[in-house]
Write a protein that binds this ligand. Structure first.
Ligand code: SER
Length: 320
């Protein structure tokens, strides 16, 4: 990032032990140096051992306030949150962590200048009322999960804080993220990561969505580069203050299994849809991300076949 704010400040990543947080942290540390990055979570993982870690519960506003002030933070990647499937098990907690946590971060950020915040939204903001194919930025937001509800509210909060207080908060509607380093936890798109681990270890996988379920997905390197690109561009290029649609590629569970079979011919998959099928069915199959492309030059580099090849290469190398 050529941006002076990034070059001169401390950067906080909340939810840093999670699927995206762990890889984002590594990339930030690579670009800016370990001493510029401060990470927090409610649990510590092995990732980013050399980075300054502190326990932080984002629902505790006083703690967030103290933390940000003491560490002199000016950029926050606020990734702490509960995903869609886990969210349905405990809607109250999901509301408190996702919405309460975001409000705390926004309040604390509002009172400090300069400050820039990233917060992830999701394809889960859409519900069955939105068109399934090439779902547009302004399609109706009628989610059927509490996770989706917290994402819609969160987007509106981001827009409100930006408009009312001039807070520089930026957001992306992530599709399902596939990655080789840290497992996701509690999402509906998690099958597309689990399947790789199972294919390599056991050569079989029982999939919790049906063969024909198509969802928008993205490979982690694209997720990281898109996130950092959004955060580094000049504010004048950002026309959407709620959250940008962002697309990688789309596939059905069956198509992913076929792609894996090209590398592991004896891989066997069976389908046993559970409660997550209903969640998947309420989401888009593909996303129109033309605003991200037009405003700040977004372009993904991976497709189904290059992602599959890379995932299998990385996980197999780790196994041997
Ligand atoms: N990947 C998320 C989930 O499945 C959606 O944003 O919950």
């Amino acid at each position: 990032m050529k941006d002076s704010l990034f070059a001169s400040t401390r950067i906080l990543v909340t939810g840093a032990s999670g699927q995206i947080g762990s890889e984002l942290t590594s990339e930030l540390a690579r670009r800016y140096g370990n001493d510029k990055i401060v990470v927090s979570d409610i649990k510590r993982t092995e990732a980013a051992r050399a980075i300054s870690f502190q326990y932080l519960d984002v629902t505790d506003k006083a703690a967030v306030q103290r933390f940000v002030k003491d560490r002199d933070i000016q950029v926050i990647f606020h990734l702490a949150g509960i995903l869609s499937a886990t969210g349905e098990m405990n809607p109250e907690k999901t509301w408190s962590v996702n919405t309460g946590g975001l409000r705390n971060i926004l309040d604390v950020a509002r009172d400090r200048t300069p400050m820039r915040v990233f917060w992830p939204s999701s394809i889960a903001v859409f519900g069955p009322e939105a068109p399934k194919i090439n779902t547009q930025q302004e399609s109706p937001l009628m989610p059927r999960t509490i996770y989706g509800v917290t994402k819609v509210v969160g987007e509106l909060l981001c827009d409100y804080y930006s408009d009312k207080y001039g807070l520089d908060v930026r957001s992306l509607r992530y599709p399902g993220i596939i990655s080789s380093e840290t497992l996701p936890g509690g999402g509906t798109t998690d099958y597309a990561v689990e399947i790789f681990y199972a294919a390599i270890k056991d050569k079989r996988y029982t999939c919790f969505v049906s063969k024909n379920t198509i969802l928008p997905m993205m490979y982690m390197p694209d997720c990281i580069s898109g996130t950092l690109r959004l955060m580094e561009v000049d504010l004048s290029r950002i026309s959407i203050r709620t959250s940008y649609n962002l697309a990688g590629f789309s596939f059905s569970a069956g198509e992913l299994a076929e792609e894996i079979k090209k590398h592991i011919p004896d891989f066997v998959i069976e389908y046993k849809p559970d409660f997550r099928q209903k969640i998947a069915d309420s989401w888009p199959m593909s996303i129109d991300d033309s605003f991200a492309r037009k405003d700040w030059g977004w372009k993904p580099s991976y497709n189904l076949s290059s992602m599959t090849k890379d995932m299998i290469g990385k996980l197999s190398a780790r196994k041997s």
